[in-house]
Design a protein around this ligand. Sequence first.
Ligand code: BTN
Length: 347
Amino acid sequence: MLISGKQKAILALLADGQFHSGTELAETLSISRSAIWKQLNGLADLGLQHSAISGKGYRLVRPLELLDENNILAAVDEKTRALISSFEIHDQIPSTNTYLVERALENTHSGAICFAEQQTAGKGRRGRHWVSPFGSNIYLSILWRFQASPMAISGLSLAIGIAVIRALKVHYGDTFRLKWPNDIYYQDKKLGGILVEVSGESDGPCAAVIGLGLNVYLPETEAAEITQLWTDLTQITGQQQLNRNVLAGTLLDQLLFVISEFEAVGIAAYLDEWRRYDCLKDKPAKLFIGQHSYEGIVQGIDDNGLLLLARPDGSTQAYASGEVSFNSQHTLPEQIKIPSPPERGLG
Ligand code: BTN
């Protein structure tokens, strides 16, 4: 369902979670009360429930903080802001990554930013769907152009994980971890994921679209299809209303900083920090690559960011891609069915 201008205006009024009378809404939007009622019922299709009490009016069951360019940019350092070439917030889009991958082919400049309130075809790693309900999480993509080859920036996706951890640390403390190659974890549950899509010449230049999905508030009903253990910041912090714009700004700030320096410093600059946040180290795990799986004890990452697995035969192998399952609660049926992607570095 597409969001109409009227619906967006009603949402902006109801976002505070307070009651607003039908008369107030109708007058502000210059439409009839019955048109208001119709628009409100349409909001349910976005997963937004409202309640109506006679004499009081309408209110959203859960207050919303809609994304706002000025509020996001206020949390971005001035120097970092200068790296942004364009900034878009979409109410609804199939996928912020797909959008920027297409823009990259049209010569859009490096530093293009795309946020969305909702994705109707959000993409996860290894062909999975990324659950992206309206108005409650972060869906962010950044287009960045590199002089280097796709191979040379293969460690970027690990460095991106560091940027996200740094941003979360600013607001919520040092409790977040990374699961190779770049899942954001909190106490063995997935909080966010990163999808880096690279295109370009084999010996450079190349364009990378860096996509981040971070769960701020993920309703149980929407999460029913997720097969991994997951969490969101609302559960973690116990706070009902988190400041999504400020968080989005901090994420953008940290991401742009890391992305812009990556070509010069490479993965080497991030290895120590990444290893500090590694939630797999020394754990028994199973790595799924296409139809194959490999068991072993995780030894961390090597200096190229590859996963090191101590195998039962006594050898230690390094792997460039795959999906790691590290406890019995993880069920990965769909990963096992997915054919192995071409080996194109990490992420
Ligand atoms: C993963 O599977 O862990 C990666 C998830 C990446 C999701 C984000 S949401 C914003 C961007 N747009 C997409 O379609 N995917 C990424």
